[in-house]
Design a protein around this ligand. Structure first.
Ligand code: SF4
Length: 232
């Protein structure tokens, strides 16, 4: 029997974030996450996970429906929690797709992919006391420099994409980047927010911060194009 993964959605759009922004891509979104970010923009994969188990064969067939699209993004939730992710990645790699994994960088598995898109979570992502035990669990799990370093070393390419809520986050990012020895050209700062006004507010302090440090500014194109909607 084919292995299965918990899937919340599979859809085709353009990549909205990071080094491959604008690239037509099929997004395979797993359900389930080991973190609970206060600003999570996919709560249907974390706070209230939903979706169905789907077989690797069915997922590959769904991806192949978009015949002109050769990029696939394995995202979540936290896709590396799915034990069958290596099998799915191997099948898609064998079919010649360019593969990106979007991960918070807390769990490692070797994968035959092209881009590790790692988004370590900052102290500003930790939920409040109303989150119950998740506040402590999230805070304990969110930063794993050993895992992030393993992803950077696994190759062939990586990006460290930080979701930034406030100017005070910058000192924490500097310490994280130094701890793992990241290439400044692979460090991207992205404003936290799911509407254009929030992105613009973030850009006003993030663009100068990037110029000062040799990092990249990363907008969220899908929010500008489609708003905060699923399947985009
Ligand atoms: S790591 Fe991603 S999916 Fe998980 S809670 Fe944070 S933002 Fe949501």
């Amino acid at each position: 029997m084919t292995a299965t993964l918990p899937i919340s959605e599979i859809f085709c759009s353009v990549q909205g974030e990071g080094l491959l922004v604008g690239t037509p891509s099929v997004f395979v979104r797993t359900s389930g996450c080991n973190l609970r970010c206060v600003f999570c923009d996919t709560p249907y994969t974390s706070w209230r996970p939903e979706g169905d188990k789907r077989g690797v064969d069915a997922i590959v067939a769904e991806v192949a429906r978009h015949d002109a699209v050769r990029h696939v993004v394995l995202t979540g939730g936290e896709p590396l929690l799915a034990p069958a992710l290596p099998e799915l990645a191997a099948r898609l790699a064998a079919a010649g797709y360019h593969l990106t994994v979007e991960t918070a960088g807390t769990v490692f598995a070797p994968l035959p992919i092209d881009l590790w898109s790692v988004s370590p979570k900052l102290a500003s992502s930790t939920p409040g006391a109303d989150a119950g035990p998740w506040r402590e669990r999230h805070e304990r799990a969110r930063w794993r420099p050993d895992v992030v370093a393993a992803m950077m070393a696994a190759g062939p390419a990586y990006q460290l994409k930080f979701v930034v809520s406030r100017p005070e986050d910058l000192a924490e990012i500097e310490a994280m980047v130094a701890e793992v020895g990241a290439d400044p050209a692979r460090v991207l700062l992205m404003p936290e927010g799911t509407d254009v006004a929030a992105l613009d507010r973030g850009a006003r302090f993030l663009v100068p911060a990037c110029i000062e440090r040799g990092w990249r500014f990363a907008d969220r194109l899908h929010v500008r194009l489609f708003g905060h909607t699923r399947g985009t």
